[in-house]
Design a protein around this ligand. Structure first.
Ligand code: MLT
Length: 255
């Protein structure tokens, strides 16, 4: 299915019945990272999985900011008449949802951050984003997938998950990956914002995540009164692909 928002067209799928929830993917990925987790959640919830602008089956775009991505999700939830509802975002999806929670709080009832960060990029991190944007445009999607793949999964990944992850990464458009790298480079520091949140904050982290380690989730939990942390064993950065039952269980206990 598709929905028109903010001058672009997003692809999404919906399954199940009951309370709605929106799941937002990371980089350089699309909504397929949520397939296994969404199937479990759909036994008791109405689960919406979106492809962010430019990603997956959504319409091609050349450049965008984190605010654009957040506005798209907020507007989609409003148009689908499910706002405010719980939303879970993995990694870049977590940056999108922190932006949404800050600037479009009317759209979200529970913020569930999965394997993500609150801080902005360091100067070194920003330079790496620029290099990745250049690589995406000059060398193509596969160069980005090659750079990211070794860090995405836990210590002993399931070969089927490795293959599926490759398929998802290699099917993204280079222009989208360049635009998203620059949007992540320019994202703001949400560290001061999170303790001011007026909605429940839940944190889900693979214990083997080396991109957004569990220690980041622990630091956020300590700073945000009432927040709750769910460590996911035997999972790296892509906990929803690696341990969908445990991630779905943590989400169901969060909403
Ligand atoms: C992601 O999974 O979305 C990315 O690892 C986020 C990032 O590079 O900061």
């Amino acid at each position: 299915m598709t929905i028109d928002v903010n001058g672009t067209t997003l692809a999404y799928n919906v399954q199940g019945a009951g309370r709605p929830i929106v799941l937002v993917h990371g980089f350089p990925l699309d909504s397929r990272i949520w397939v296994a987790t969404a199937a479990i959640l759909a036994r008791s919830m109405r689960v919406f999985c979106l492809d962010l602008r430019g990603f997956g089956e959504s319409a091609p775009v050349d450049s965008f900011s984190m605010r654009d991505l957040a506005n798209d999700v907020a507007e989609a939830a409003e148009k689908l008449k499910i706002a405010p509802c719980p939303m879970a975002g993995l990694s870049m999806g977590g940056y999108v949802l922190q932006t949404l929670a800050k600037y479009r709080p009317e759209a979200i009832s529970h913020l569930i951050l999965v394997d993500t960060k609150a801080e902005a990029d360091s100067a070194e991190g920003r330079a790496k984003r620029e290099a990745m944007a250049r690589d995406a445009l000059q060398k193509g999607t596969k160069a980005v997938a090659d750079a990211m793949a070794p860090n995405m999964l836990g210590a002993a990944p399931d070969p089927a998950v490795v293959g599926e992850l490759r398929t998802i990464m290699e099917s993204q458009r280079p222009e989208t990956l360049a635009a998203a790298s620059l949007a992540m480079r320019d994202r703001e520091d949400f560290t001061p914002f999170l303790p001011t949140l007026r909605i429940p904050l839940r944190l889900i982290y693979g214990t083997q995540d080396t991109i957004s380690p569990l220690s980041i989730g622990q630091a956020i939990q300590q700073r945000v009164p009432g927040s709750q942390l769910f460590p996911i064993d035997n999972a790296g950065h892509l906990a929803p692909m690696e341990q969908p039952e445990a991630v779905a269980d943590a989400i169901l206990r969060s909403v």
